[in-house]
Design a protein. Structure first.
Length: 585
């Protein structure tokens, strides 16, 4: 970590010391220290039994139970594993600060050992810690840390003799309070692989708030309390501090190298590094599916009307596969329920029918396009299960979600700015939809054919103002005056029903998807050869927003109504309706 200004260090120290003091004072005055201490020791004993007997069973609770196994705490390979996982789990300054009490906790454990077994037990524990640090293969580092362990052991014996029986309750208070404080440090860190079905690390703010998050939250205290045992992460912490003071590793992975490797682990999961991949057997189930299709019709056909082919992955055509210029694109990524807007109490949606295509049956992807940052377009759990090597093109907010999911190449799209894909084989143009959404126009530059997927419509007023400046060069109208060959258009209406606030005052914010009558003008301007309806997935919705703010019509009624309106308003346009799922059109 780079050096910090003195004022910054002082401020952070004051904040963290105050936090520890508040926790310890609360425990002391509540009289809850001893019951919590006994319950914690029972929980830790059970935890250590599970990590040795059935680590896969708690992988989704702790993500790295293998680092607690005895065999993974002795030897050079174990030291590298500990240093890698320490770097991966600790990236935020607050989390680093909560772990600064490791030496104090190690001293308190030596005090506990002395309380129960006298000086002999304290010496035995110190000898075990000395043997451990010498097993790491860092001789100069081992000599210094061994001297520190022996000094701590002597201080623990002297402290117990000086304060007698009062030292043990103080040690209980310190270990429980500091363990909980260290646990709070992980609240600012990304969720590790496996916790909510994610393969890579996922930012907590991008994760749906559901009951599965309670499992690691409740289990986290035991995990962090166990991590503070003197034979666990204390040596890795000493190793980091030693390097900040000028120590150069003799053969072990340096802190800077560990941080670089940790960044790759965040993007690709535990299997991204050989040392972590060797122990995390449960992570293999979360790897991307093999790059082949299972049950998906062939991408190419000898006779077809359109050069660009489309496949609706679900019943309501909310997720699409696009075959264009010999490439396959996934348009929007939502295969996992639920999707949440704000919080579950505000809005939560579930498909009534599961998608006909899943992450496991996807063909090899050449790119992913995300039209919105909402979870029914850019679902964090779905993205975490896709291959992070696939390039992503997305609205700016959705690009941030993709980057958090570990994708290596993410390009933000802005309305009206052309973007070349695959070396110019495909051109992309983003158009503003309603709400916080984009419509994406794709052009096969060899055939000249164009498809536009507008899950939340296209703002006709923007088209009217910008058509002459935007639709030029490769996006200029064809000989028939068409700007689009195939338009996949979202049609169902979702109006904000705020009491006392008329929709005309809210303007574009009053809708997430425009009414078909409002879409007709945009369709007439684009002059597509055909219109396919999109984003009409039958859903079961719950939450405050559904009852009080949003009014959801029936999707089937919307499709029928849209077909009638567009049929009258846009003569000459083929209204193909809602495509059959998992069938190329």
């Amino acid at each position: 970590m780079p050096p910090l200004p003195v004022r910054e260090i002082a401020l952070r120290s004051a904040v963290n010391v105050g936090g520890v003091a508040a926790i310890l004072a609360g425990l002391w005055w509540s009289g809850a220290v001893t019951p919590i201490w006994h319950a914690t020791l029972i929980g830790v004993a059970t935890f250590y039994l599970l990590v040795h007997v059935a680590p896969e069973a708690i992988f989704r609770l702790q993500s790295m139970p293998y680092t607690y196994q005895a065999r993974n705490n002795f030897g050079p390979r174990a030291f590298e594993l500990q240093n890698l996982t320490y770097a991966a789990y600790h990236t935020h300054w607050y989390n680093h600060a909560t772990h600064a009490a490791f030496p104090l906790e190690a001293f308190l454990w030596l005090l506990v050992a002395t309380h129960f077994g006298g000086p002999l037990a304290c010496a035995a524990l110190a000898a075990l810690l000395v043997a451990q640090v010498f097993s790491f293969g860092e001789r100069r580092f081992a000599v210094g840390v061994s001297a520190l362990w022996l000094a701590m052991a002597a201080a623990a014996v002297a402290t117990l003799r000086a304060f007698g029986a009062e030292a043990y309750p103080a040690a209980q208070l310190g270990l429980v309070g500091l363990g909980f404080w260290r646990f709070t440090g992980h609240w600012v860190e990304p969720l590790p692989p496996g916790v909510v079905g994610n393969r890579a690390f996922v930012a907590l703010r991008e994760t749906p708030l559901d009951w599965r998050l309670l499992r690691p939250m409740l289990f986290g205290y035991l995990s962090e309390f166990s991590a503070g045992l003197p034979f666990r992460l204390v040596s890795s912490w000493f190793f980091v501090v030693a390097q900040q003071l000028g120590y150069r590793p003799e053969g072990a992975l340096s802190w800077e190298a560990a941080r670089v490797a940790a960044a790759e682990l965040h993007r690709s999961g535990w299997s991204a590094h050989p040392t972590t991949a060797a122990v995390v057997t449960a992570a293999r189930a979360l790897e991307p599916a093999p790059a082949r299709a299972r049950g998906i019709p062939p991408l190419r056909s000898e006779s077809r009307e359109f050069a660009i082919r489309l496949l609706a992955c679900d019943q309501g055509a909310s997720v699409w596969l696009i075959a264009i210029a010999g490439r396959t694109l996934l348009f929007d990524a939502w295969f996992d329920d639920p999707y949440v807007s704000g919080s579950q109490r505000f809005f939560e949606g579930h498909r009534i029918e599961p998608p006909r295509v899943s992450v496991d049956t996807l063909p090899p992807l050449d790119a992913i396009v995300l039209s919105s940052a909402e979870q029914d377009h850019a679902h964090p759990r779905t993205l975490a299960r896709l291959d992070p090597r696939v390039p992503v093109f997305a609205r700016r907010e959705a690009a941030q979600i993709a980057a958090s999911a570990g994708f290596e190449s993410v390009t933000a799209l802005a309305p009206g700015v052309p973007q070349a894909l695959f070396g110019g084989a495909v051109s992309a143009l983003a158009l503003p939809g309603y709400g916080r959404n984009l419509a994406i126009l794709l052009r096969d530059d060899e055939s000249g054919e164009r498809v536009c997927i507008a899950q939340h419509g296209i703002q006709e007023r923007w088209l009217a103002r910008n058509a002459s400046s935007v639709f030029r060069w490769q996006f200029a109208p064809d000989a028939a005056g068409r700007l689009v060959d195939t338009l996949c258009l979202g049609v169902h209406t979702t109006r904000l029903g705020l009491r006392g606030v008329p929709s005309w005052l809210l303007g574009d914010a009053a809708m997430i998807v425009p009414d078909p009558a409002e879409s007709a003008a945009a369709v007439a301007r684009l002059s597509p050869r055909r219109v396919l309806f999109s984003h009409c997935t039958p859903e079961a919705e719950t939450g405050f927003a559904v009852r009080h703010l949003l009014s959801y019509p029936n999707a089937d009624d919307d499709v029928g109504h849209a077909a009638r309106v567009l049929g009258v308003s846009c003569p000459g346009v083929s209204i193909a309706g809602l495509p059959a799922p998992a069938v190329w059109v």
